[in-house]
Design a protein around this ligand. Structure first.
Ligand code: GDP
Ligand code: MN
Length: 440
């Protein structure tokens, strides 16, 4: 194969390749030595507490009679200003004492954080994936040597594997895995006629990818199964990487160590509104789940962010009660202990029983975000302001000497009419403490 097409400079070959295609697999890492980053303890709420929590989740952030065009515009402009002010401030790294600088803590060392960079990709995504890997290596992973895990619903081609292996240095561990049909394919339980009608409607409403079955599969897989893949058995933290994304800023500390040492269960960079047509019943169904499983609700959840009904009140109306604000999961650093916990898994089983991954086009991003907003303490969710990142058409670009000049600080999108899709200010106002806002 001709690798020059993919590689600027060819590096050594990675020797440590693991493949999962069936039942047999060997495991690396020492996943049992680290404290779990998340353990669910049943709070056994009394009835009054439950009723208060459910009432809170039924109450819009702004009284409905205050929601009108003038007020919406005013709040949107306030939010835009808050976002731009915040992003214009010069930052460096998180101001904490214990950043870990080198690979002394890396995966194969004694005090390892069992973590991997994770990518669900198709063979045809190779070229764009190489661009993403080159940047995450340059800005972060060349210093920290975390392994890569690639998953696919089909076999990876020899070309795919060879190009990836030749791209990475020899010490880098690389895992290639296949996803089981059960985890990937549309389940038997889905009513095919109802599915067909559902996607016709969504397509007529211009919901992107509505007619693409593989996209529904992908959203369901990233919502409810990826963290149970055999290749992730000993892994506690995943950093999701997509083809064609950009990284702009040097990350000179161990991100995974930061997550572990600061008790974070989720790291994100972009916070957006979703297409409300794609999740019409998600909130109603979630509300039903919470009614039956109230003990899963975390009293420190991000309720105001879920119930924000002003900047895009139309989204809140279409979903009947959810702002549609979500963490954009194409970048996510997740503590898998949270995803493997009883509340998250029970929620996934419930959502699966509702069929909305197919009858509608529920994305893994709103699903993950609602789970986090409801079951997680908001202080365990971290905005990595310092990670300059673009997944087209949205960008997180800090004002920092660590960034190259390929992004403009504070510029969220090249198109003015998409600025309103930014939900970061709402997160800042309702889910971050002053200490957290001043961490950088
Ligand atoms: P978007 O970011 O929502 O526009 O969706 P993408 O097309 O980027 O898909 C999200 C992620 O899932 C990317 O990493 C894709 O490579 C991956 N992906 C999407 N569809 C498939 C599929 O059918 N098979 C595999 N193996 N990966 C997929
Ligand atoms: Mn993408």
């Amino acid at each position: 194969a001709n690798y020059d097409e993919y590689l600027g400079t060819v590096k050594d070959h990675a020797n440590n390749v693991i493949e999962y295609v069936g039942d047999k697999i060997s495991y690396f890492g020492n996943g049992n030595t680290l404290e779990p980053g998340y353990v669910w303890k049943n709070p056994h709420y009394d009835e009054e507490t439950i009723s208060q929590l459910l009432t809170k989740l039924d109450t819009p952030l702004y009284p409905e009679d205050q929601v009108n065009k003038t007020r919406t515009k005013q709040i949107y402009l306030d939010n835009l200003n808050l976002y731009r002010d915040t992003m214009s401030k010069e930052i460096d790294e998180p101001q904490v004492e214990d950043l870990v600088r080198s690979s002394e803590s890396n995966f194969n060392a004694g005090n390892a954080v069992p973590a991997t960079i994770l990518s669900l990709v198709r063979n045809e995504d190779l070229k764009e994936l190489v661009q993403s890997i080159k940047q995450i290596e340059e800005k972060f992973n060349a210093k920290f040597n975390y392994p890569y895990t690639f998953l696919n619903d089909e076999e990876f081609s020899e070309e795919f594997k060879e190009v990836i292996i030749h791209l990475l240095p020899s010490e880098r561990e690389v895992r290639f895995g296949k996803i089981s049909e059960e985890d990937w394919n549309i389940p038997e339980s889905v009513d095919k006629e109802k599915y067909k009608q559902g996607v016709e409607l969504l397509d007529s409403e211009d919901v992107s990818y509505a007619k693409m079955e593989s996209y529904h599969n992908m959203c369901r897989f990233y919502s409810r199964s990826f963290y149970r893949h055999p290749l992730l058995k000993d892994i506690k933290y995943t950093w999701r990487l997509e083809p064609g994304v950009k990284f702009y800023c040097d990350i000179d500390y161990d991100i995974f160590k930061f997550m572990a040492d600061h008790n974070k269960i989720y790291g994100y960079v972009l916070n957006l509104y979703d297409s409300p047509q794609s999740i019409k019943s998600l909130w109603k169904d979630t509300r039903e789940f919470l009614q039956k499983n109230s003990d899963y609700i975390n009293e420190q959840g991000s309720f105001d962010w879920i119930k924000e009904n002003m900047q895009k009140s139309i989204n809140f109306n279409i979903t009947e009660g959810y702002s549609s604000c979500h963490f954009w999961t194409n970048f996510e650093i997740a503590n898998l202990d949270f995803l493997r916990s009883e509340p998250y898994e029970a929620y996934m089983d419930f959502l699966e029983s509702k069929g909305g991954f197919y009858y509608e086009r529920w994305g893994d991003a709103p699903v993950r975000s609602l789970a986090l907003g409801l079951f997680a303490d908001k202080s365990q969710i971290h905005w990595f302001r310092d990670i300059g990142y673009t997944h087209f058409p949205y960008t997180n670009c800090p004002n920092s000497a660590k960034c190259d000049n390929r992004c403009t600080p504070g510029s969220f999108t090249p198109w003015d009419n998409l600025e309103i899709e930014n939900c970061q200010a709402t997160w800042m106002k309702y889910s971050m403490t002053d200490d957290e806002l001043n961490l950088y």
